[in-house]
Design a protein around this ligand. Structure first.
Ligand SMILES: C[S@@+](CC[C@H](N)C(=O)[O-])C[C@H]1O[C@@H](n2cnc3c(N)ncnc32)[C@H](O)[C@@H]1O
Length: 486
């Protein structure tokens, strides 16, 4: 019996949403996998792999198609363009699927989508590609060669070759295409890392400790996160270790007021709130050896949680974002976390909030950016970014930094972070900030990082993580301290 909707049709629908309607692949894929929960694990993996693979290899796939089709990719009808793209991905990267199956399934799908007239064209292009794939000639010029081989726009390859050299550039590009386990953060307010590892393993998940942090794990071998009881109970949250390092760099203390000015969906703000909670709880138990924490099963000093003295007022995190929709996402995550020392508010970070001037012990500015450090997980970002968008984002980042530095109290901390790898958005902004606001100085974050990361730092107040070089997303973190005197 033919199924009403098959995996290839779903892949095509997702690709249409992403490439033609500008939506994010991880969001559309999640919607689809939620909707087709009844499908077998194998079918769901096929949908994820072909969608992500096609997007990750898009420049290379279009380069191949343009050599075999009279109608160039840009001129093709969108349905045919995306159907052919996913078929070329299967022909080139999925050896276990016979070529004739890829061709005949693609022809069938073209007919189903109303393109019976193009049956012969689809069949001809794909059969020729299947036969002559090994003879495709790739560009020789180094930038064009890397661009096609790793499907990364030439302007990005040129920029990175210029800034990091050929070897590091290729390491990063290769890393973006590697399949990776999911990084998760153990919610220490609920469970200790040791217990979480056992819980996950009992649910059939493969779990590996991350070398950078005692409460970070890499998990794989599961079908669907929502099916794991440990996830439904909120015992861990999905977060890359680079984002967890923001919490380490911020290092909030008991009683601190933290303002996260661009917080949605709330990952870093919740991490800060959890750190404050654990420190205050440790101090309240006030027991050397902290038997209360040990008995409750939540994390202890050995897990990297140091109890502290509680000040008169308990600490709090204010998590802000631009729209009600985004703030609702933060609220959902707050309620999932069970933490009560965090609130969410709708505020534009580029508009001064006078009430907050001089109030915050820590301001976290994890700002909107080009996202080139996370293009392994969000492959379409690289095709949407441009030199011009990097320039305008860098301007927006400066505007927001100018505004939110006002909230840092004397002696307080400002954390600036982005999930990108461009000098304009990272080091150039940091140098501009230090020139513009001499009351701020770099504050050593090396002390807060593991020895392996500390070793690779070139500046004491900031770190640029590079995919493949570091075991994390491409990410930038700077830590500044405001002088005590006005
Ligand atoms: C990099 S994301 C933040 C991720 C977040 N810190 C986390 O860890 O989950 C940047 C956020 O900035 C928000 N944003 C963009 N412009 C903003 C503005 N003018 N004011 C406040 N938030 C803004 C976006 O909505 C987005 O949620």
């Amino acid at each position: 019996m033919t199924k009403p909707v098959n995996e290839r049709e779903i892949v095509l629908a997702v690709l249409m949403e992403v490439t033609e309607n500008g939506r994010h692949s991880h969001i559309v894929l999640k919607e689809v996998l939620d909707k087709y929960q009844y499908m077998e694990k194998r079918e769901r993996s096929f949908i994820t792999r072909v969608t992500e693979g096609t997007l990750e290899h898009l420049i290379e796939i279009d380069y191949i198609l343009d050599q075999f089709s009279k109608v160039k990719v840009k001129k093709m009808k969108p349905v045919i363009r995306n159907l052919l793209r996913s078929a070329v991905y299967q022909l080139k990267y999925m050896d276990r699927i016979p070529d004739r199956a890829v061709c005949s399934e693609s022809v069938r799908l073209a007919v189903k989508k109303g393109f019976s007239g193009l049956k012969g064209y689809v069949n001809g292009v794909l059969r020729n590609i299947a036969r002559e794939l090994d003879q495709v000639e790739y560009p020789k010029e180094p930038t064009a060669a890397l661009s096609v081989r790793y499907s990364c726009p030439e302007w990005i390859v040129r920029m990175w070759r210029d800034q990091y050299g050929d070897e590091v550039t290729e390491t990063m590009l290769r890393d973006f295409q590697e399949e990776k386990p999911t990084a998760v953060r153990c919610c220490l307010n609920r469970i200790s890392p040791e217990e979480l590892k056992i819980r996950l393993e009992n649910e059939g998940v493969h779990v590996q400790r991350h070398p950078y942090l005692p409460y970070a794990f890499e998990i794989s071998g599961y079908d669907y996160l929502e099916r794991l009881e440990s996830f439904r109970e909120g015992l861990f949250t999905v977060q890359d270790v680079s984002s967890m390092l923001v919490g380490e760099a911020a290092d909030p203390k008991a009683g601190d007021l933290v303002i996260d000015v661009c917080a949605a969906p709330g990952g870093k703000a919740l991490h800060a709130a959890e750190k404050i909670f654990m420190k205050e709880k440790g101090a309240a138990a006030a027991a050397p050896g902290d038997s209360a924490a040990k008995e409750s099963g939540s994390a202890t000093e050995e897990d990297g949680v140091v109890p502290e003295e509680v000040g008169s007022a308990p600490g709090h995190v204010e998590a802000r974002d631009l729209t009600e929709y985004k703030v609702d996402l933060i609220r959902e995550n707050i309620s999932r976390s069970g933490l009560t020392n965090i609130s969410a508010a709708c505020m534009d970070a580029s508009v001064p909030d006078r009430e907050s001037f001089g109030k915050a012990d820590i301001v976290i500015a994890d700002l909107p950016c080009s996202g080139l450090g996370v293009m392994g997980r969000k492959p379409e970002l690289r095709y949407r970014a441009s030199k011009e968008s990097v320039e305008s984002l860098s301007k927006l980042q400066r505007e927001i930094l100018s505004c939110v530095q006002n909230y840092v109290k004397p002696g307080g901390t400002l954390i600036y972070s982005t999930c990108t790898v461009t000098r304009e958005e990272n080091m150039d902004n940091v140098q501009w900030f230090l020139r513009e606001y001499p009351e701020f100085t770099f504050d050593d974050i090396g002390e807060k990082l593991c020895p392996e990361l500390k070793k690779s730092m070139t500046e004491k107040g900031c770190i640029q993580l590079l995919p493949g070089v570091h075991k994390a997303d491409g990410f930038f973190i700077a830590r500044f301290r405001r002088s005590v005197r006005p």
